[in-house]
Design a protein around this ligand. Structure first.
Ligand SMILES: Nc1ncnc2c1ncn2[C@@H]1O[C@H](COP(=O)(O)OP(=O)(O)OP(=O)(O)O)[C@@H](O)[C@H]1O
Ligand SMILES: [Mg+2]
Length: 445
């Protein structure tokens, strides 16, 4: 065996590799000749797909919801297995990774700021402190507090209501007409975002604002680990305009910007990502502005040796990106694959290099384009049939099987599958993926 590859390479402990980015971390570790270890719960490990289980050099079984115990178990594991870096897949464990890296003396993020990469209230404070452009916000512990915020008019209309701690657009609502007056025959209530459609509350039920607060507060624990969540609801000013994401690798406190990606979402009350395309279509100067703003957001939440996935919107007629959120983790939604297909840059390789204290490889080696489109249902139910046709330059994957329940299309859990296309330009890649999605069959009964 070649020295420096396979089991002889340095080891990285991934705190829960069972996320969307896990498979990209496995591939990247293989390319870099690293040993990959997992820290997880025994029951969660039992449910790992075979491919992930067999790629691991070992597992530290612990309780990730019990910080002192998890830190003690993982520290002992890191020392006995000569672990040289700590990584994560789940946003909710990014503060734990920062604490572990500090404790073991490995390159990591600033543990004093790390909770701001998980909790959107602390994130809002960190952005304000660092002067990062972001929507104005207020907290609401219940519907009455949300109503007072809405009536004060300080955040304008529409209002975005979201959980302080959650992902996948779960519990996020855009509320144009807080008490549903428009739907009951009142005025249109369209705000500066322009006529966002959201249904009225039932005449005898809570209005849309109260319903949105209840939706944001319904997550008390994150599965599959049972991690307790902050159930405070966050109210934000609505930022209109096109949406982008931009990741930033940070190594030794130095930010290395990654390509900008255009994001498409549903409109209306629930914003589910329908697809992503790289390159973004922005002019080079605006690309640099987005990358610079994303890097500032990453540094503001204490990313020092790792990666951040930042989402931004640019209001029409402006060249100022506003940061919607950032997370100290690799992106989900197969964005690692989209970015690599378009530019040749492996975000997962760059991330592993950063957590090992190495200089990350972020130079593009290709100038093609890639686009991913998700298959979304029109309504919830049970999946009766789903198929994606084959087409050159594309590949598709179904996330659900016939007989599986299909959640209502209110967040990304409802996705039935995806199609990824690679082509010479963003326009062609988007059209190719969209064409395959249009010819796909989805029947939900
Ligand atoms: N203040 C805002 N202004 C305009 N749109 C917003 C705002 N906040 C959220 N959104 C929309 O809702 C989507 C989901 O919100 P957000 O990213 O905060 O939640 P999330 O659950 O962390 O999302 P995910 O994990 O899917 O990225 C955003 O991608 C954006 O389209
Ligand atoms: Mg988001």
């Amino acid at each position: 065996m070649t020295i420096g590859t396979g089991p002889r390479g340095p080891g990285v402990l991934v705190i829960e590799p069972m996320g969307n980015a896990g498979r990209f971390l496995v591939e990247a570790a293989d390319r870099l000749g690293l040993r990959l270890y997992a820290a997880t719960h025994k029951e969660v490990h039992d449910a790992y797909p075979d491919r992930l289980r067999s790629a691991l050099a070992g597992v530290c079984a612990t309780d990730l919801t019990d910080t002192p115990r998890a830190l003690a178990d993982m520290e002992a594991y890191c020392r006995s297995h000569a672990v040289a870096g700590v990584a994560v897949c789940f946003e909710l464990f990014t503060p734990l990774a920062a604490l572990l890296a500090e404790r073991v003396g490995l390159p990591g993020n600033d543990p004093r700021l790390a909770r701001a990469a998980r909790n959107k209230i602390l994130m809002g404070e960190a952005f304000s402190a660092a002067g990062v452009p972001a929507p104005r916000w207020a907290v609401a512990r219940d519907a009455a507090e949300a109503r007072r915020v809405a009536e004060s008019g300080g955040l304008g209309r529409p209002l975005v209501v979201k959980p302080a701690e959650q992902g996948g657009s779960w519990g996020v609502s855009v509320v144009d007409d807080p008490d549903g007056a428009a739907g009951r025959g009142g005025g249109s209530g369209a705000g500066r975002g322009g006529g966002v459609g959201c249904g009225p509350g039932r005449p005898d039920g809570p209005g849309p604002l109260a319903a949105a607060v209840a939706a944001a507060q319904r997550f008390t624990h994150a599965q599959p680990h049972g991690l307790e969540l902050d159930t405070t609801a966050l109210l934000q000013e609505y930022v209109p305009g096109a949406e982008y994401s931009c990741d930033t690798v940070v190594a030794g406190g130095v930010a290395y910007p990654l390509p900008v990606v255009r994001k498409n979402t549903t409109r209306g009350r629930y914003r589910i990502e329908t697809g992503h395309t790289c390159p973004s279509g922005l002019d080079p100067e605006l690309v640099r502005t987005v990358q610079h703003t994303a890097a500032r957001a990453a540094l503001a939440v204490g990313v020092r040796n790792g990666i951040a996935h930042t989402e931004l919107k640019i209001p029409p007629g402006t060249r100022t990106p506003y940061v919607i959120e950032t997370g100290a983790r690799l992106p989900g939604d197969n964005l690692c694959e989209v970015v690599e297909a378009a530019t040749g840059v492996s975000e997962a390789v760059a991330y592993l290099q950063a957590v090992l204290g190495r200089v990350p490889d972020t130079v593009a080696t290709a100038s093609a384009a890639a686009s991913i489109r998700f298959l979304l249902p029109e309504h919830g139910g049970v999946l009766r049939h789903a198929s994606i046709p084959e087409a050159p330059g594309t590949h598709g994957e179904l996330h659900l099987r016939p007989g599986d329940p299909v959640p209502e299309p209110a967040d990304s859990a409802c996705r039935i599958g995806h199609v990824l296309a690679r082509a010479a330009t963003a326009h062609l890649a988007r059209a190719l993926a969209a064409g395959v999605v249009a010819r796909s069959r989805v029947e939900v009964g």
